[in-house]
Design a protein around this ligand. Structure first.
Ligand code: GDP
Length: 195
């Protein structure tokens, strides 16, 4: 599946622009700086995905990527960025909430969590929104290389415990490092299974 190129399809700034629901899709979500672009690139083998999504103007939209005509990968805008004006943040939360609730082809959201920090307020808010939308999601720990083995094991136990309180969260999680290319194959396999 991932041997074929991933191409940028379109940026969705409002819900009227969403592509037709004729293909399954998955989403990547996470706080700004969690390592989402790096993981995206590492998983898909694409080099300029990060640049595409982080281009000014494209940061506040749902960025759609096409994976071999088989699957849409949606890059949700990074959240928890204090600098964004409050009204923009609220508008965006509204858009994302509506998207999550109404999108019948959305199969799975991968919620990226920085291994160093674990769950933070903005993550828990996102997870609450997913629970309320009944969208199945999984936690992907990023930057696993930043922690020592013992610390990482502790973090994983904590996250496994934490997701139990979230009805739409699946218990299986992924520990990844884009830097060291760890955990990528497991994530690819999970995505392939959704097809
Ligand atoms: P985004 O804002 O979520 O798209 O995050 P980026 O992918 O741009 O990464 C944010 C920062 O974290 C950058 O400085 C990356 O080099 C760094 N980073 C991303 N992934 C990893 C990783 O797996 N390990 C380490 N050590 N650093 C990472």
């Amino acid at each position: 599946l991932f041997s074929r190129p991933v191409t940028f399809m379109l940026g969705v700034a409002n819900l009227e622009q969403l592509p037709p629901e004729n293909k399954i899709e998955i989403c990547f979500a996470g706080r700004s700086n969690v390592g989402k672009s790096s993981l995206f690139n590492a998983v898909t083998g694409r080099k300029d995905m990060a640049r595409t999504s982080n281009t000014p103007g494209r940061t506040q939209q749902l960025n759609y990527f096409d994976l071999d005509g088989a699957l849409n990968i949606v890059d949700l805008p990074g959240y928890g960025f204090a600098q964004a004006p409050k009204d923009i943040v609220e508008t965006w939360q509204g858009v994302i909430k509506q998207y999550l609730r109404g999108r019948v082809t959305l199969r799975r959201v991968f919620v990226l969590i920085d291994s160093r920090h674990g769950f933070m307020k903005a993550d828990l808010e996102m997870m609450k929104m997913l629970d309320e939308s009944a969208v199945s999601y999984q936690i992907v720990l990023t930057k696993a290389d930043k922690l020592k083995k013992g610390q990482m094991e502790k973090r994983i136990r904590e996250v496994v415990e934490g997701v139990k309180k979230h009805p739409a969260a699946l218990t299986k999680l992924f520990a990844t490092s884009s830097e060291k290319s760890t955990g990528l194959e497991a994530l690819r396999a999970e995505i392939a299974m959704l097809l």
